[in-house]
Design a protein around this ligand. Structure first.
Ligand SMILES: [Zn+2]
Length: 341
């Protein structure tokens, strides 16, 4: 009665946000997307140190594995712990048994020294053989000169740029600013307010977009390859597929689950290694029309690179309770640091 698929891919994640859930309320309630960044995420990322990043990534990777996700495309930011951060994330994922593509988020919002350190971290990681891209926050926190530096570094390294594009109206001129820069190997996250076609793969994050009140991305209006991401809200890709389907149907009641299922499968274009992974599920058949209406399907056994990394629904390489308790310990440290800001 069980069915198998290759490992699923979370095409846009922020593993550093795993410790954020339940965090202390911000100093005041954010009223728009810019304030959500300023009052929540840009306070949180400044408070991160390498130990918090490690356990946040361990927890995120563990939860990905439990959901049958064997490959994560991560987008990282920790302005006060930049150097070595991508190794910490990559090593944490390897420890759990999940594949990861890393990048460090370049931005001008923390000044020129932090920008330079961010560029150096991407360069160091990829040159040392790490699987990664060059990370960039979004056009609205980058000068055109900085965007060109990001594009130039990616070209030199032979990889793509992983960037947020038109997530909110505040970034509405992203299309114009990226038109001459974007390449087919770039990963464009969100594209809710993107006003034109750009080279690259589009990462659709339907739940995050709803959560931030930024609108529906209408991914079918683009001819680009579309992949599915969670934008940091876990890595349960069957759940994200169901949300993508419901959101699509809300917009077009004639749409079928084969469209968001294709977005899920397109993740293998980004992380083809996951195709060789094998997930045994608690349900059969693993068919879009079934899964769109079947919550709670769980991974029973997962093989990554031939190794069993999840068995009887439990991880084999790490102790789940230890990961959760260490992560909770770092969560307390992070929240204490936030309250001191
Ligand atoms: Zn994101």
């Amino acid at each position: 009665m069980y069915a198998t698929t290759p490992g699923l891919v979370c095409a846009h994640h922020h593993l550093y946000s795993s410790l954020a859930r339940g965090m202390p309320a911000p100093p005041r309630t954010p009223t728009n997307f810019s304030e959500i960044l300023e009052l929540i995420w840009w306070r949180l990322d400044k408070a991160l140190d390498l130990e918090m990043i490690r356990w946040s990534a361990m927890l995120g990777a563990l939860e990905a594995l439990l959901a049958g996700t064997t490959a994560i495309v991560d987008h990282h930011s920790s302005p006060n712990a930049i150097e070595g951060s991508l190794d910490v994330i990559s090593n944490a994922c390897a420890e759990v048994g999940v594949r990861v593509n890393c990048c460090y988020e370049i931005t001008d919002r923390n000044g020129p020294a932090a920008k330079a350190a961010g560029l150096a971290e991407n360069e160091r990681f990829v040159k040392a053989g790490g699987v990664g891209m060059v990370g960039a926050h979004a056009c609205f926190t980058l000068s055109q000169e900085s965007l060109e530096e990001v594009a130039g570094l990616a070209k030199d390294l032979g990889c793509g740029v992983h960037i947020h594009v038109g997530e909110d109206r505040v970034d509405a001129d992203a299309g114009e600013r990226l038109e001459e820069l974007a390449q087919p190997n770039w990963l464009l996250a969100h594209c809710v307010h993107l006003d034109r076609g750009l080279e690259g793969i589009i990462a659709h994050n339907p739940r995050s977009n709803q959560n931030n009140g930024v609108g529906y991305a209408h991914p079918t209006r683009f001819s680009n390859t579309v992949v599915l991401g969670t934008d940091g809200i876990g890595a349960d890709m069957l759940e994200e597929f169901r949300i993508a389907y419901a959101r699509l149907r809300e917009d077009d009641v004639t749409a079928t689950p084969s469209t968001p299922w294709q977005w899920l499968e397109n993740g293998w274009k980004l992380m083809p290694e996951a195709l060789s992974d094998q997930v045994l599920w608690s349900y059969a058949p693993m068919d879009p029309w079934h899964l769109a209406f079947t919550p709670g399907v769980r991974a029973v056994q997962v093989r990554v690179g031939g190794e069993i990394v999840l068995d009887n629904g439990r991880p084999t390489k790490v102790d789940e309770h230890e990961v959760r308790s260490k992560a909770a310990e770092q969560q307390r440290r992070l929240w204490a640091a936030l309250s001191e800001q």
